[in-house]
Design a protein around this ligand. Structure first.
Ligand code: ADP
Ligand code: MG
Length: 510
């Protein structure tokens, strides 16, 4: 069976299980490709998303996504959209797409349900030419079937891509979810301008900062992060008949020099000079398992990752949740099973956040919002396991928790890519980050409490002020005005002490 045929038959694997979910997934695939094509290359993203319904048949939905990204090399366009597993992201680094599957699933689903081809217009950066295509996928052979292709000179100096698909979708059922997806995308990309147009109207998210997170660098696998299939693929792509095992390791893996390679191979019982083309499947099995259990590798490096950083995360949270208070924390890099990862979180309180019985949770993985399967996600587990009363939060509370896991391999539960598994290392980092941010929230809430206490006292003082001033003046013969001024000073001093505490933190106001 060709890969296209396989996914054609098993589309639920890639999130295309019904017309509601398929529409959501299509928007997601297109938007994520557009963001990858901009921010990863240092371009401030301008993204336009449009959903429109066929006038005579509302179940036929057209999705258009336009970006100002680097565009697609014109000779690549047919394969990029018409060949399953064709992607150009072969190196290891944090991007949203990884399998080279996403947009092809959307193309397959569209052609299956409406018979319409995908329309693509793209202007590669630095090229004088732009191209327009309409194509379908030849499912049996997993190759693109091009219906229309037109190349022409760019009329103006632009770069980017416009993609349009018409599929069967249940707009009414899924529009809330898609809007939420767009909102959360705007949260995690405060540097992006996003215009979202639907039959119901238009929402515009203007960028709130021009600062982009540092893009991820390209890297190699860590020896602990591979399996037999990856090893086979690496050997195949080395394309060399006489490469030795030692050469294989030093060339294909992060931080493995000759000495490390030799020591490991001796430990694992392999001859370092053995040729890789002589390895049998049993040898590869042994090699993979030894690579996983060897404990002297250097730690995976995190240069391939691109967390937002506390500042951008806070800006994003303010943009979308408009809280009264927000604190973000980015943890130092860590790793699980040979894969580097970084966890960052934000805790937001008050403002436009509605009080709820449990923390409102917004999850992200590699800057992708996760909207489904929240109940089984490790972030839910960690957020719920924290005793928030320790941090002065009393439910129902206007509390939101934002979690972002960045990794070259997100430990997703299942293929739906919507929930992160409770890998102990990730769980630990999430908890540490959340507690750190929660402590900052606690300081704020303690201060707030004191302010409120002082305000309450002030109200009481003022209630009796006139009477006290009158009586005191009668007894002491001091003028009412003078007494009143004295009292006002006292009240002001009391209030002032609390605002001084803003720097002092947790000290007592009394
Ligand atoms: P993945 O995102 O997993 O790599 P996709 O099937 O979604 O797989 O996309 C395949 C490739 O097509 C991407 O890796 C990217 O190189 C290219 N591509 C898709 N959409 C765009 C776009 N809007 N701008 C530039 N390149 C794109
Ligand atoms: Mg993709």
């Amino acid at each position: 069976m060709s890969p296209a045929e396989f996914f054609h038959r098993n589309r639920e694997i890639a999130g295309f299980s019904n017309p509601a979910r398929a529409l959501y997934q299509t928007v997601r695939e297109l938007v994520e490709n557009s963001l990858d094509a901009t921010e990863t290359h240092g371009i401030l993203p301008n993204i336009y998303v449009e959903i429109s319904l066929d006038a005579s048949d509302e179940s036929k939905v057209t999705v258009t996504v336009a970006d100002n990204g680097i565009g697609i090399p014109l000779h690549e366009v047919p394969n990029v959209f018409g060949r399953v597993f064709y992607g150009s992201k072969y190196v290891i680094r944090q991007t949203r797409g990884v399998f080279g599957l996403g947009v092809k699933m959307a193309v397959l689903y569209a052609q299956m349900t409406t018979g319409k081809p995908i329309y693509v217009r793209t202007a590669p950066i630095g090229s004088k030419v732009e191209g327009e295509y309409s194509l379908l996928i030849d499912v049996g052979r997993n190759i693109p079937y091009i219906l229309k292709m037109r190349l022409r000179k760019k009329e103006r100096n632009w770069h980017g891509t416009i993609v349009r698909l018409t599929l069967e979708g249940a707009w009414a059922l899924v529009k809330k979810r898609i809007e939420e997806y767009i909102r959360r995308t705007a949260l995690i990309t405060p540097y992006a301008s996003i215009r979202y147009k639907t039959p119901e109207g238009e929402i515009v998210f203007k960028r709130v900062t021009r600062e982009l997170p540092k893009p991820p660098e390209k890297g190699l696998y860590h020896p602990r992060g591979v399996d037999i299939e990856i090893l086979k693929e690496m050997i195949r792509s080395m394309n060399s008949d006489d490469a030795t095992l030692k050469e294989f390791l030093t060339r294909n893996f992060e931080s493995v020099g000759e000495k490390t390679a030799e020591e490991f191979l001796k430990w694992a019982g392999f001859d370092p000079e053995r040729r890789i083309k002589d390895l049998r499947v049993q040898d590869l099995e042994l090699l993979a398992s030894k690579m996983k259990s060897y404990d002297k590798w250097r730690r995976p490096r995190s240069h391939t990752l691109s967390p937002l950083g506390a500042y951008l995360l806070e800006e994003g949270v303010k943009r979308i949740l408009a809280p009264e208070f927000v604190a973000a924390v980015t943890r130092p890099p860590s790793s699980y099973g040979g894969h580097p990862f970084v966890v960052e979180v934000a805790v937001a309180y008050g403002g436009e956040i509605q009080p709820q019985d449990t923390p409102l949770l917004l999850r992200f993985a590699n800057r992708m919002p996760l909207l489904y399967d929240e109940g089984v996600d490790v972030s839910r587990k960690v957020a719920d396991s924290i005793d928030w009363s320790v941090y002065k939060v009393k439910f129902p509370a206007p509390l939101a928790v934002v979690t972002h896991v960045c990794s070259t391999k997100i430990p997703f539960k299942g293929v739906g890519k919507e929930a992160i598994a409770d890998v102990p290392e990730v769980e630990r980092e999430l908890e540490a980050a959340l507690r750190d941010a929660a402590r900052k929230l606690r300081l704020y809430l303690v201060r707030l409490e004191k302010m409120q206490e002082v305000k309450r006292r002030e109200v009481v003082y003022r209630k009796y002020l006139d009477e006290v001033v009158r009586s005191l003046s009668y007894i002491t013969l001091i003028g009412e005005e003078q007494l009143r001024r004295k009292f006002e000073e006292l009240i002001a001093r009391e209030l002032g002490r609390v605002s001084l505490d803003e720097e002092g933190g947790d000290s007592s106001a009394n």
